[in-house]
Ligand binder design. Structure first.
Ligand code: BG6
Length: 456
């Protein structure tokens, strides 16, 4: 008997700037990513893995692997070059064709509307999600995409890792170039959840067969010790960074503890009544999240009166019990089970891990498949942990999407940090031939999918 449900979704997740390239083609406008230059440790974003031209080949690989789900990002500046102007039909047609080819291959498309890649004009002229104008522009863009594609795309998310808008990372990912104050962080967070809720409400009002859910980078954090302050700070951080957003996604209500903090800071004016009315109607059909590693929090490193959203960054300590990859990301499959179970207990909607994987430096010899047993070990342990969450803890899990599963530049543009089960023949500074070469893990994962997770 299989332990995972029939129709379990197996597949991969990507973002547009980490795959498409073609930044000057098809009428695309400039985005904040396009301007980031190559460095000694990273590529520029001009080509990525040339998905814009090679997606039929990559869909054929997904099909060969047996995948039945692919989550991709619509590039806002490809379908609307300035973000707030006329829509670009050529860009919209690109995604329409991609969706058709996925469906033809038996792969369910899942759309992400925003993966940190803001049209440049909105970032430069409006300070990104600080400004009401960008909120309006996003809602207009999101609704248009829903109207164009909801007939063929059953799963939607708005913002990748939306809880990062509630931590200092927000200033980098929201296009904001201002003062980086905690008050501004809360303004960005309020605007982004308003945008999410407006799109969720639109889908729920008009497309009952379509599912939309929240997405967060679940920041599982362990207390550094039994010191009561470590435990108390960890609990508070998890409430502010994760649980608050889960409640907003599923009930449209801020956590009372977070509301109390906003009130004590005298920031109640941020909770605009018109926005709160939109947020209040928000529900989620599932909760999705990315999971790579866990962290440890040491309260003694956190100054008094620090905004709780900053605890994770300031109190971070390596966990001596866990191994890491080369980039110090701690490998923790049991943490994955904990996150699945925690989210399900909290939200009571199906959970959907849509990013999981390990970045490793690899070289292809030009002939043989890369023997990536370390990647097989990573995914095997995490899929087993997910099965434990389902079979022992009673979690309702929709599927499992790995991150990339084809080599793509990292979020910092580093091609050397490879997550793929398919090698892409390029380096940071040499495009070579961009040939796709399945690794050993490709065949292993194919077998996992064919057995619906039974054969690990
Ligand atoms: C997630 C992002 O946080 O982590 C991806 O959604 C990113 O865009 C992935 O690529 C892995 O992180 P990194 O920095 O190793 O690429």
């Amino acid at each position: 008997m299989t332990e995972l449900k029939q129709g379990f979704l197996w597949g991969n997740s990507t973002s547009s700037m980490q795959t498409e390239g073609a930044v000057h083609e098809g009428g695309k406008g400039p985005s904040v990513y396009d301007l980031k230059p190559a460095t000694a440790e990273s590529a520029d974003w001009d080509v990525a893995i040339d998905e814009y031209h090679r997606y039929p080949e990559d869909i054929a690989l997904m099909k060969e692997m047996g995948m039945n789900c692919y989550r991709f990002q619509i590039s806002w500046s490809r379908v609307n070059p300035t973000g707030d102007g006329a829509f670009n039909e050529e860009g919209i047609q690109f995604y329409s064709d991609l969706i058709d080819q996925l469906l033809k291959a038996g792969i369910t498309p899942m759309i992400c509307l925003y993966h940190f890649d803001m049209p440049l004009h909105l970032a430069q002229d409006y300070n990104g999600f600080m400004d009401d104008h960008v909120v309006e522009a996003f809602i207009r863009y999101g609704k248009e995409m829903v109207h164009r594609f909801a007939d063929r795309v059953p799963y939607w998310i708005t913002f990748n890792e939306q809880n990062l808008y509630g931590v200092p990372e927000a200033f980098k990912i929201s296009g904001y170039t201002g003062d980086n104050t905690p008050r501004d962080l809360y303004q960005i967070q309020q605007h982004v959840i308003t945008c999410h809720a407006a799109i969720a409400n639109e889908i729920h009002d008009h497309y009952p067969a379509v599912k939309i859910g929240g997405m967060l980078a679940y920041q599982e954090v362990y207390p550094n010790s039994p010191l009561p302050e470590d435990v108390a700070h960890t609990r508070k951080f998890l409430e502010f960074a994760d649980a608050n957003l889960i409640r907003l996604f599923t009930t449209g209500q801020y956590s009372t503890e977070v509301l109390a903090y906003i009130h004590h800071q005298r920031w109640d004016d941020l909770l605009d009544p018109a926005e709160m009315a939109i947020i209040a109607r928000c529900t989620s059909d599932f909760l999705s999240f990315s999971y790579y590693s866990t962290a440890t929090l040491d309260s003694t490193k956190i100054p008094v009166n620090t905004c709780p959203n900053f605890y994770g960054v300031l109190g971070h300590r390596p966990n001596p019990y866990l191994q890491t990859n080369e980039w110090a990301w701690q490998i923790d499959p049991l943490g994955f089970r904990t996150v699945l179970t925690t989210i399900y207990n909290e939200a009571h909607v199906p959970v959907f891990p849509i990013e999981n994987g390990i970045g490793v430096r690899e070289e292809w010899d030009g002939e043989h498949a890369i023997e990536d047993d370390y990647r097989i070990a990573y995914h095997r342990a995490h899929i087993q942990a997910m099965k434990d969450a389902v079979t022992i803890d009673g979690v309702d899990c929709l599927g499992y999407l790995g991150w990339g599963l084809i080599d793509i530049p990292s979020s910092a543009g580093n091609v050397d940090k490879r997550y793929g089960m398919v090698y892409v023949n390029r380096t940071n500074h040499d495009l070579r031939d961009l040939k796709r070469v399945p690794k050993k893990s490709f065949y292993w994962f194919k077998n996992v999918i064919a057995s619906n997770g039974e054969s690990l």
